[in-house]
Design a protein around this ligand. Structure first.
Ligand SMILES: [Mg+2]
Length: 271
């Protein structure tokens, strides 16, 4: 059993993990959120969403001022108490959104790949795709270091597109609903490890880390943790961690925020 008095850092995915994948509700996790706040334990949101979108969600969850990992690790919002950090308030890993857009538009023109990016459509279309309101959908377009798209071509063509991206120092990452193009050096695990190091310097001791996620794209983040909660999800493949991973894993029976609550209670006993 873990103690809430340990130097803890908790990293969590949003959709399908802390937030219900359909309604975006998090009420089943509310008691734990209050407990973590009371104990001053940083809860770090980690997602493919933009920082603008995540800062809004962070505020709704009462987590403002804490770091967050956006755009699959390509963007890291630093703790608001670290204004002297040279990258304050945000770190960007590698290529910018504009640079990546230019590259993929060139590939699309040259090889006629079929895909639709968030930049190709208006807010109403994104609202339809995601079920978000117009105001929220406008925040999903404020990418700083990645491009989000819907792939509309064959698997073979996707392999070709991926190879061409890799040759140019970019990677193609599958999220829960969309695909994302980002710098090859970026990742949720790299972003989490960077934050763990920064807290270690502040705290003068190694943080104990707990991660929660529900999708295959959360695996690198969870492998970087000491303890992982795999929330039961909709994904057919599920979350498979590397066999040599030393993380202690708990798989929940319940989905979404109910599974989040179940996993936290498993490692820490009742909130
Ligand atoms: Mg998820």
């Amino acid at each position: 059993m873990l103690s809430l008095d340990a130097p803890l850092l908790i990293f969590t995915d949003l959709d399908g993990t802390l937030l219900d994948s359909h309604t975006y509700d998090w009420q089943p996790a509310a008691a734990w959120l209050a407990r973590l706040r009371e104990k001053n334990i940083p809860l770090i949101l980690c997602s493919s969403k933009t920082a603008a979108e995540m800062l809004h969600i962070q505020k709704l969850l009462g987590l403002q001022g804490l770091p967050l990992i956006a755009e699959n690790g390509a963007v890291v919002e630093l703790d608001s108490r670290w204004p002297t950090h040279p990258d304050f308030p945000r770190q960007i890993a590698g290529a910018s959104h504009a640079e990546i857009s230019a590259v993929i538009n060139k590939l699309r023109t040259r090889s006629s790949f079929k895909f639709t990016t968030f930049d190709d459509v208006d807010e109403s279309t994104i609202a339809e795709w995601t079920g978000l309101t117009h105001a929220q959908a406008s925040l999903t377009r404020l990418h700083e270091a990645s491009v989000t798209l819907i792939w509309r071509d064959s698997d073979d063509r996707m392999a070709d597109f991926t190879r061409q991206l890799n040759d140019l120092g970019l990677q193609f990452v599958q999220g829960a609903r969309f695909w994302h193009v980002l710098d090859a050096s970026a990742g949720k695990d790299q972003a989490a490890n960077g934050l763990i190091d920064l807290y270690q310097r502040q705290w003068k001791r190694r943080p104990v880390t707990v991660g929660l996620g529900d999708g295959p794209n959360d695996a690198p983040l969870l492998e970087a943790m000491d303890y992982a909660v795999i929330v039961k999800g909709l994904s057919r493949e599920g979350v498979i961690l590397r066999p040599d991973s030393t993380v202690q894993v708990y798989r929940t029976q319940r989905e979404g925020p109910e599974g989040w609550d179940e996993g936290m209670t498993h490692f820490f006993a009742t909130p």
